[in-house]
Design a protein around this ligand. Structure first.
Ligand code: 13P
Length: 249
C-alpha cells in the first residue's frame, strides 16, 4: 500500500488573540530545530490567518481556516468565503467539524458544497466526521461515519489533495478517547469507503484522528493502522504540547 505523509493540524477553534501568535512562532522554531517527517498545520481563527501566515512564511508550517461559506461572495453578513481564506494566506481549511454540524445544522450536503468551494479557491480540505456517544452506544459508529464520508466528499476531490479527520464527538474536549482497537476499526472502515469512492487515490488520503489528543497518548494513537495524523484542539494552543504531539510520531 502507498505510504501516506502524516498531517498534524492544530485547530485553535475560537481561541487566539494577537499575543498568541507567539505560540505559532514557537512551533515553527521548534520544527526548525528538530524537523518532523509530518506535515504540520495551524488553523487559527480567521482574524489571525493573515498575520500568522506572514510569520510562518518559509517555515514549512502551513496555515488553515476552520470553516468557509459555500459561495464565493455575496450578501452573507459575518461569513468568510474560501477565497478570502486563501487570500489571507491559508492553504487548508477544516470543514464539517462536529461543532459546525451540531451548532449550525451543517448536513453532509452542506459540507460537500463547502468542499467544492474550498477546491475552487485552491484550498486543501480537511473533512471531519464522527459519531455521537449515543450512536456509539447503539453500535452505529462505523455505519454513521461511513455515511458521513460518502455524503461529505464530492467526486470533484478526485486527483485533489484532501484529508479526512475522524473525531468522535464524545472524545472532543473531554479527555476521553476510544480504545486503539476502536480507532483502528473506524479508520479501516473510512479507508474502505475512500478506496471505493476514489480508487487508488483513496489508499493515500491521510485519515487523521481527533479528540483529546495530547503528548501522552499521541504516540500510540499515531501508530494505529490507517491513522495518518491528528487534528488537535486544546493541546494545539500551547506550542510545547503541540510539539510534543508532533514528536510522538
Ligand atoms: P480536543 O483536542 O480539544 O479534544 O479537540 C479536538 C477537535 O475538535 C479538533 O478539531
Amino acid at each position: 500500500m502507498a505510504t501516506v505523509r502524516p498531517l498534524i493540524a492544530g485547530n485553535w477553534k475560537m481561541n487566539g488573540l494577537s499575543h498568541q501568535i507567539a505560540e505559532a512562532e514557537a512551533v515553527a522554531k521548534g520544527l526548525a530545530e528538530t524537523p518532523s517527517s509530518a506535515r504540520v498545520a495551524i488553523c487559527p481563527p480567521a482574524t489571525l490567518i493573515d498575520r500568522i501566515s506572514r510569520e510562518l512564511a518559509d517555515s514549512g508550517v502551513e496555515v488553515g481556516g476552520q470553516d468557509c461559506h459555500a459561495e464565493a461572495c455575496g450578501a452573507f453578513t459575518g461569513d468568510v468565503c474560501a477565497e478570502m481564506l486563501a487570500d489571507a494566506g491559508a492553504t487548508l481549511v477544516i470543514l464539517g467539524h462536529s461543532e459546525r454540524r451540531a451548532g449550525y445544522g451543517e448536513t453532509d450536503a452542506v459540507v460537500a458544497s463547502k468542499v467544492e468551494a474550498a477546491l475552487r479557491a485552491g484550498l486543501e480540505p480537511i473533512v471531519c466526521v464522527g459519531e455521537t456517544l449515543e450512536q456509539r452506544k447503539a453500535g452505529q459508529a462505523v455505519q454513521v461515519v461511513q455515511a458521513q464520508v460518502r455524503g461529505s466528499l464530492p467526486q470533484s476531490l478526485k486527483r485533489r489533495a484532501f484529508s479526512v479527520a475522524y473525531e468522535p464527538v464524545w472524545a472532543i474536549g473531554t479527555g476521553l478517547t476510544p480504545t486503539l482497537e476502536d480507532i483502528e476499526e473506524v479508520h479501516v472502515a473510512v479507508r474502505a469507503v475512500l478506496v471505493e469512492a476514489f480508487g487508488e487515490q483513496g489508499a493515500t488520503v491521510p485519515i487523521l484522528y481527533g479528540g483529546s489528543v495530547k503528548p501522552s497518548n499521541a504516540g500510540e494513537i499515531l501508530h494505529v493502522k490507517d491513522v495518518g495524523g491528528a487534528l488537535v484542539g486544546g493541546a494545539s494552543l500551547k506550542a510545547s504540547d503541540f510539539l510534543g504531539i508532533i514528536r510522538a510520531l
